[in-house]
Design a protein around this ligand. Structure first.
Ligand code: ATP
Length: 313
């Protein structure tokens, strides 16, 4: 294992424990997402792993060695580990290129320039090498911090919501370049996110947290198809929670059903279309089915009475 968290306990205040006997492990070269509602402990866990916070009990082993908090390790951060937190901590009077090159050796300046230029390309900031951070947007500063974290290839990269400040096209571009680079360089990654669907294709593992507790730790496919509970299923977007009667009519084995899992079926059960709205790549529909309402996505606008069934997994 590259990282092992064993029996971790931590709270910000004694009356509100956050992590209690928390365990987690990461194999080398893997990409793991930390998912869960706001306040579930994602940022805190990343800070603890990086040694920025003293925890109360338990061990964190990184690359075979124990990690310590600031009481025992005054300069935080293990060699081989980098954290990009939500405060980017850039040098204000240094250019973007100088910030990115901060940890790169000056022995070969030509090599350093090339490396900085490659990293700026990865984060989509090639035109900003000579700009000062104060002239950048929050999202751009965040990307400078990511480039700097990648400048000396870490074994483990910790990213706290790296796409949160980006507009959609930039997010897509950075996502593609960043994950490709991380895979190419065999960097292990733990990434916290609110938007699990958007990064799902690149993940090996999804760890779902709620109030500091580990709710599920599975592959993306398993988590999506067999969410442990409603909280986990809701991380993937809109969700139907079926009534007993609806479960019987739809011959559903499970209580949860995503809107895309419902489909037209001449042999299906009757439903009434209450609303049908254009939503881009699909139509968003609200149906009345038996004793409750359901959401269903369709290719066409719907109206009146229709028949639906639940797709098999
Ligand atoms: N410095 C602090 N002092 C006291 N409580 C804190 C501190 N930082 C976070 N908390 C609390 O600890 C819990 C976990 O917070 P944390 O920031 O780790 O959650 P998160 O999952 O990263 O949230 P978000 O997705 O909103 O960033 C929350 O209840 C939060 O209010």
């Amino acid at each position: 294992m590259l990282l092992e968290i064993r029996h971790l306990s931590f709270s910000y205040s004694p009356d509100r424990p956050l992590f209690q006997n928390f365990n987690l492990a990461l194999e080398p070269g893997r990409i793991m997402a930390l998912a869960g509602e706001s306040g579930c402990g994602k940022s805190t866990l990343l800070s603890i792993i990086y040694g920025l916070i003293d925890w109360h009990e338990g061990d964190i082993i990184f690359d075979g060695k124990a990690v310590f908090g600031p009481k025992k390790n005054i300069v935080p951060g293990e060699a081989g580990m980098k954290l990009v937190a939500q405060n980017y901590d850039l040098m204000p009077y240094a250019t973007v290129a100088e910030n990115v090159g901060k940890f790169i050796s000056n022995i070969n300046l030509q090599e350093k320039r090339e490396r900085v230029s490659e990293l700026l390309d990865v984060v989509g900031l090639s035109g900003f090498a000579n700009t000062l951070p104060k002239f950048l947007s929050g999202g751009q500063q965040q990307r400078v911090a990511i480039a700097r974290a990648l400048s000396v290839i870490p074994k483990l990269l910790l990213l706290d919501e790296p796409f949160s400040n980006l507009d959609y096209p930039r997010k897509l571009e950075l996502r593609e370049k960043l994950f490709s680079y991380v895979r190419k360089m065999d960097i292990s990654l733990i990434i916290s996110t609110h938007e699990i669907l958007e990064i799902m294709p690149w993940l090996d593992r999804i760890v779902v947290l709620k109030d500091g507790r580990l709710i599920q730790n599975d592959s993306p496919e398993e988590t999506f198809k067999n969410p442990y509970n409603e909280y986990v299923a809701r991380l993937f977007g809109e969700l139907n929670v079926l009534t007993e009667h609806q479960m019987t009519l739809l011959k559903a084995q499970k209580k949860f059903c995503y809107p895309h899992e419902l489909r037209f079926d001449a042999d299906g059960t009757k439903a009434e279309v209450l609303e049908s709205r254009f939503a881009g790549s699909y139509f968003w529909n609200k149906l009345k089915l038996a004793d409750g309402q359901l959401l269903m996505y369709s290719d066409d606008l719907l109206e009146g009475q229709i028949k639906v069934s639940r797709k098999k997994n």
